[in-house]
Design a protein around this ligand. Structure first.
Ligand SMILES: *Cc1c(COP(=O)(O)O)cnc(C)c1O
Length: 396
């Protein structure tokens, strides 16, 4: 048994701040009481700020990101509807598979794992008209399996350029609250996330943001659904209630997590993630190892997928880090199993915690037989953290 702070450095669930834990350590209240209604009415505008929307409706479920996928799809798509998806990682593939399992017709374009979804690729696949036309485009903003962030503004511009009226559905599970997200400016139709990543909460909430256009589609269409149906939720939320028993204590935690994001300022939160990720990337370079993203400009500021030498199995490295140091690192998912180790650097995290994680990874790499001088990666990150922090304008 390793005493002291456990190092949870997987890309979700992330570390939960003490004040968030304390906010949830309270008696469960009546979810039909005025006190509860006041809580709901505070949370929804707070979440809208994080999504970057004035017009969108935020919908909360006792679920996870996978449930939010199903909610997003079943509210805006009718049985048999055709959608376009791109396979550029484990979660992009999972979103597409969810759509297939639900009976939609999915055209899934294979990309390389490590590629970003670019506007050019989207435009190329939308250029030839299909019958029936695409009703939706499925996109993962930050592909957690490869450590690649795609540019949603570019994807939106590609949709506009070809005159497609497909709805833009964006998985923002490992980006929201850690990377800039502009629901209104990018004219996203449905964005979705979960509580256990950038929002610094335990697992248990699936969260969706729907545009007025998506709400209108859902109002008169969609697929057979009950639990995930937006209509009764939006109706009851207006008075601060839910048509089912909500995850009461998680919602108290969410209030505190939103307060923490607001206190730091979202622009500062994003700048901190940039800085921490720069430190991690400097360490990986100093180790002489590579990152999976093909274009360095698309490297994620929330997760780094480090490619190991063929002789070193990442599952063995991860087991060593766990057993020796109580350090949890992310495994290679799907076809990346054994090949990459994913370092999570999102949510509640600071420079010293990143340095400790890097020190642990270095030790584990050495113990697994990689000839690497100790301290080199840590020192490279320290050099990054010596640089003055970038000043950001705080827009409140
Ligand atoms: C974690 C994650 C999911 C899945 O969410 P669950 O909460 O595990 O169901 C979906 N998409 C992305 C990009 C993720 O990182």
């Amino acid at each position: 048994m390793i005493r002291g702070r456990p190092f949870l450095q997987i890309p979700g669930p992330t570390n939960v701040p003490d004040t968030v834990l304390r906010a949830m350590d309270r008696p469960v209240i009546d979810h039909r009481s005025p006190e509860f209604a006041a809580l709901t009415r505070e949370l929804l505008p707070g979440l809208r700020r994080v999504f970057g929307t004035h017009e969108g409706a935020v919908i909360l479920y006792p679920a996870s990101g996978t449930g939010a996928w199903e909610a997003a799809l079943t509210n805006v798509l009718a049985p048999g509807d055709r959608v376009l998806a791109f396979n550029y990682g484990h979660f992009a593939a999972g979103f597409a598979q969810t759509a297939r399992d639900l009976g939609y017709r999915v055209d899934e374009v294979p990309l390389r794992w490590g590629q970003a979804l670019t506007g050019a690729v989207v435009a190329e696949h939308l250029a030839r008209p299909v019958t029936p036309p695409y009703r939706a485009l499925l996109v993962v903003h930050n592909e957690t399996s490869t450590g690649v962030t795609s540019n949603i503004a570019e994807v939106r511009a590609a949709l506009d350029a070809v005159g497609s009226d497909a709805l833009l559905l964006v998985d923002a599970v490992s980006s929201l609250g850690s990377l800039p997200f502009q629901f209104d400016a990018w004219r996203v139709d449905v964005a979705l996330t979960a509580s256990q990543k950038g929002l610094m909460l335990p697992p248990g909430l699936g969260i969706v943001c729907a545009s007025p256009r998506a709400l209108a589609v859902a109002e008169r269409g969609g697929s057979p659904r009950h639990f995930f149906d937006w209509r009764p939720i939006v109706r009851d939320n207006a008075a601060g209630f839910f048509p089912y028993t909500p995850a009461t204590l998680l919602l108290f935690g969410l209030r505190e997590a939103l307060r923490l994001l607001d206190e730091e300022g979202l622009e500062h939160v994003y700048a901190r993630h940039q800085r921490l990720a720069d430190g991690v990337r400097a360490a990986v370079r100093a180790w002489g190892l590579g990152l999976l993203p093909e274009d360095p400009a698309t490297c994620s500021n929330t997760v780094s997928a480090v490619v190991l030498p063929p002789a070193l199995d990442s599952d063995a490295l991860i087991a060593r880090a766990r057993e020796r140091f109580g350090l949890a690192l992310g495994v290679g998912l799907g076809r990346l199993k054994g090949r990459v180790v994913r370092l999570g650097h999102l949510g509640a995290l600071n420079e010293l915690e990143v340095l400790a994680m890097l020190a642990g990874v270095e030790l584990a790499l050495r113990e697994c037989g990689l000839a690497l001088p100790l301290g080199r990666g840590v020192a490279a990150a320290q050099e990054v953290f010596l640089q003055p922090a970038v000043q950001v304008a705080t827009a409140r």
